[in-house]
Design a protein around this ligand. Structure first.
Ligand SMILES: Nc1ncnc2c1ncn2[C@@H]1O[C@H](COP(=O)(O)OP(=O)(O)OP(=O)(O)O)[C@@H](O)[C@H]1O
Length: 484
């Protein structure tokens, strides 16, 4: 007798083979099928201790089958695999009552671990089924975002305190909202407070409310955000900016489930789920005595780390399309981004993350009349160093291009560092080196085009306005055009 029988459903025969081998080796009995109908027959006949199923099958979608399985056999864990790795797949799997969701491709070891955990869990723990939701709040299918979606899907049925970490503009508030909107408090209020946006001495009264006369200017009793968020979720953004006294009060709420208003004595019981966020390194703040360590541990129950956009450049096209179609829905003229322009966007560093990308798309749709956004437009907007120039619209183009600076630059830099004798150069080297190349390059091109800035911009592959700005910034001599 094996350690249990696993029913595997996937219309891809090679996946059935791989799973069947791996699970057999791990000591399980396996039955495989390529059809949802067969799977349902087995399940309804009481067979199997666990199901591993793909979402899309020729006869029925596993998400449609899942609620029936849950109803008939609520204790049967179902692991859903899918190659459609969106936020909604993870959420739907969780809503339909899947035990776990695995985006393909996945590690077989991970599957074996999950199977082991599922079969050893106490029975009778089900996940509530929610209603269907269509609008996708979070865009991006990079592995890093899939990890986030899976963690979120697991959190949906809980009230755990979550700490969202990530640079500004990475989507921390959006994730907090999604945790609320798809979680079990979805019918309660979602209240967001940004610690950095409120004057420090008003934060306590903002959060906990105050009594009439509690301080100068407190003309009437005022409810705090905790009271407003009762039964729902309170999102504490930029928690690293919370003053010490407020931290102490917050800690007490988390420990005792009750608080007093500013100037009030009677404890008020509270039922609020806390989600906090910060872009700061709180461990450093703790070391510097600016953040309470005990509060940190209370808040950091489940940390979610949102990756910066530059670490998931593969999400850029999806995000761009999402923001473009939203602009179109808002009544702006539809636009496309050509491949070279998209490439520029994927290579940009995005210091402002998704927010910066969102604002850029807004600018592009509002300011440019052309239907297709090209690379020079992106260069002008992002002010990035241009890639090799495309062929100019007219004129003779050299077939053989002997341009190769790399050897020369490398040699020069080596000499430069050697000459410093082990010391480090002054800061700003990157920009200084680029400037060293930029000024002679623009000068050479302007002289080759006889001072014609339109042709020079074409040759360089930058927007005309960018070129003008650079001529000004670099203080290049303007060559007077002579008739040819
Ligand atoms: N994955 C995503 N899909 C779609 N939109 C996103 C995504 N991530 C962020 N955004 C959008 O980017 C903008 C910034 O997101 P958000 O305000 O959640 O970031 P944040 O990390 O909370 O920023 P801050 O730390 O500056 O408050 C929002 O308009 C949000 O809708």
């Amino acid at each position: 007798m094996g350690r249990g029988t696993i029913l595997v459903a996937d219309d891809d025969a090679s996946i059935r083979t791989v799973l069947s081998q791996a699970l057999t080796r791990a000591g399980y009995d396996i039955r495989t099928t390529g059809h949802a109908g067969t799977l349902w027959n087995w399940v309804s006949q009481g067979e199997g201790d666990l199901v591993v199923t793909d979402v899309v099958m020729p006869d029925e979608n596993a998400f449609d089958l899942l609620p029936r399985i849950r109803k008939l056999r609520p204790d049967l864990p179902v692991i859903v695999m899918s190659a459609q790795n969106t936020f909604m797949t993870a959420i739907r799997a969780s809503e339909r009552g899947a035990y776990e969701y695995l985006p393909k491709p996945f590690d077989l070891k991970e599957l074996i671990t999950i199977v082991g955990r599922a079969l050893s869990r106490p029975r009778g723990i089900g996940i509530a089924l929610g209603e269907e939701v269509e609008e996708i709040p979070l865009i991006g299918r990079s592995p890093a975002m899939q990890d986030i979606y899976r963690a979120m899907a697991r959190l949906m049925s809980t009230d755990l305190t979550v700490m969202i970490l990530g640079e500004s503009g990475t989507g921390k508030e959006l994730v907090a909202r999604a945790l609320h909107d798809y979680g079990k408090r979805r019918n309660g209020p979602f209240v967001a407070v940004n610690m950095a946006a409120i004057p420090r001495d008003l934060i306590e009264s903002e959060l906990f409310g105050h009594e009439k006369g509690a301080f100068t200017g407190a003309h009437a009793r005022s409810p705090g955000r905790f009271e407003q968020a009762e039964g729902g979720t309170l999102f504490l953004d930029e928690i690293g900016d919370m003053p010490m006294e407020a931290q102490t009060r917050l800690l007490r709420v988390l420990q005792q489930g009750e608080y007093a208003t500013v100037g009030g004595k009677a404890p008020i019981r509270t039922n609020v789920r806390i989600i906090a966020a910060t872009h700061k390194d709180l461990r450093q703040s703790i070391e510097q005595g600016q953040f309470r360590e005990d509060l940190f541990f209370r808040l950091n129950v489940v940390p979610l780390r949102l990756p910066p956009l530059r670490e998931r450049a593969e999400d850029v096209p999806d995000l761009v399309r999402h923001f473009l179609s939203r602009a179109t829905r808002e009544g702006l003229a539809p636009k496309q981004i050509d491949a070279a322009a998209m490439d520029r966007l994927k290579r940009y560093r995005w210091p402002g993350n998704v927010r910066e990308l969102e604002n850029l798309v807004r600018r592009l749709t509002a300011l440019y009349t052309q239907e297709t956004i090209t690379a020079p437009i992106i260069d002008a907007e992002l002010d990035v160093a241009p890639a090799p120039a495309p062929a100019p619209a007219e004129g003779v183009v050299q077939e053989h291009d002997p341009l190769d600076l790399s050897g020369a630059v490398e040699r020069y830099l080596k000499r430069y560092f050697d000459s410093l004798g082990g010391a480090l150069p002054p800061p700003g080297l990157y920009h200084r080196v680029l400037r060293e190349v930029e000024a002679p390059l623009l000068g050479a091109v302007l002289s080759a085009t006889n001072g014609n800035q339109i042709r020079a911009a074409e040759l360089l592959g930058v927007n005309r306005n960018t070129l003008r700005k650079k001529i000004r910034d670099l203080d290049l001599p303007i060559i007077r055009q002579t008739a040819r």
